[in-house]
Design a protein around this ligand. Structure first.
Ligand SMILES: NC(=O)C1=CN([C@@H]2O[C@H](COP(=O)(O)OP(=O)(O)OC[C@H]3O[C@@H](n4cnc5c(N)ncnc54)[C@H](OP(=O)(O)O)[C@@H]3O)[C@@H](O)[C@H]2O)C=CC1
Ligand SMILES: O=C(O)C1=N[C@H](C(=O)O)C[C@H](O)C1
Length: 252
């Protein structure tokens, strides 16, 4: 009989971490060997014999956590935000020294969100205008969301490839923040509202028409199938994968 896969969770008492602990404990093919918080030493991952580390912490600590896992031969599944191109570059360098290790950086684990981002990237070249609105619970510490950043980057790449000009915008005067932030030329607006979990709309505008691609996570359970997929797959994907779509067949 195959042994269950030994999995550790960092950020285990957080909103996402506690949900991940429950999901891993309920999976017969996985064995939760460590559930760590901010004050626990990372060496406990080694002592527990973790094969896969799930990082659901904070942008300030995720890079250090993942580096520790990689240096100790553990695969990492990362939902934490804050992975800009500089951090990803440093992680690539580290992975080159540890080529057997796999790391998944997933801005969003919800299948619907992954699809919505993929659909938006696909639609991008057909519309003159685009803006992204992300809406989250008020306890979120970062803005814009990692999902919105990733969506905007992919839209910008598709527009550039198609030779599209910047979205039309005659604004000459504005209050700070009124037009959102600029991610590679795509405007991204962040809403923080009690009652929300995680939501995003991509608005595409053409002459006389609008296409809206919207996704809603109403509960953090929505992220768990993606977390479990990442945990089960990461060992078969050495190197860096950004986006859960890297483990899914979204072609056709
Ligand atoms: N990819 C995805 O699908 C999703 C990603 N996220 C992202 O996941 C991250 C966590 O979100 P959320 O659960 O809401 O946040 P929380 O603030 O609820 O949880 C973060 C947890 O991490 C702990 N922590 C902080 N530093 C460390 C450390 N060095 N080692 C271990 N634990 C640590 C915190 O402990 P303490 O309170 O003691 O500081 C806290 O319990 C965010 O970046 C968020 O954007 C969220 C939802 C879905
Ligand atoms: O902090 C959250 O809650 C979420 N964070 C991720 C992000 O920043 O995109 C994923 C999801 O939107 C929930």
């Amino acid at each position: 009989m195959t042994q269950p896969l030994a999995v550790a969770v960092l950020g285990a008492s957080g909103r996402m971490g506690s949900e991940a602990v429950r999901a891993i404990e309920a999976a017969a093919d996985l064995h939760l060997v460590a559930a760590l918080g901010r004050k626990d030493p990372l060496e406990e991952l080694v002592a527990a014999g973790a094969a896969v580390v799930v990082d659901l912490t904070v942008p300030d600590s995720t890079e250090q956590n993942v580096a520790f896992a990689v240096e100790h031969g553990m695969h990492a599944v990362v939902g934490t935000t804050g992975w800009d191109s500089e951090r990803l570059g440093r992680l690539q360098d580290l992975l080159a020294l540890n080529p057997e290790v796999g790391v998944l950086i997933a801005p969003n684990f919800a299948l619907g969100s992954v699809l919505a981002t993929a659909f938006a990237a696909r639609a991008a070249k057909y519309f003159e205008s685009v803006e992204v609105i992300e809406l989250h619970h008020p306890n979120k510490v970062d803005a814009p969301s990692g999902t919105a950043e990733r969506t905007a980057v992919l839209i910008a790449e598709a527009r550039a490839e198609a030779g599209l000009a910047a979205s039309p915008d005659a604004t000459r005067t504005s209050r700070d923040g009124a037009r959102g932030c600029d991610v590679d030329g795509v405007r991204v607006h962040s809403v923080r509202l009690r009652g929300l979990v995680a939501h995003q709309e991509v608005l595409f505008g053409g002459v006389g028409e609008q296409l809206t691609i919207r996704h809603d996570s109403f509960h953090r359970e929505s992220f768990m199938p993606g977390v479990l997929l990442g945990v089960r797959e990461v060992g078969s994907h050495p190197g860096l994968t950004v986006g859960l779509d890297g483990y899914l067949d979204l072609q056709a």
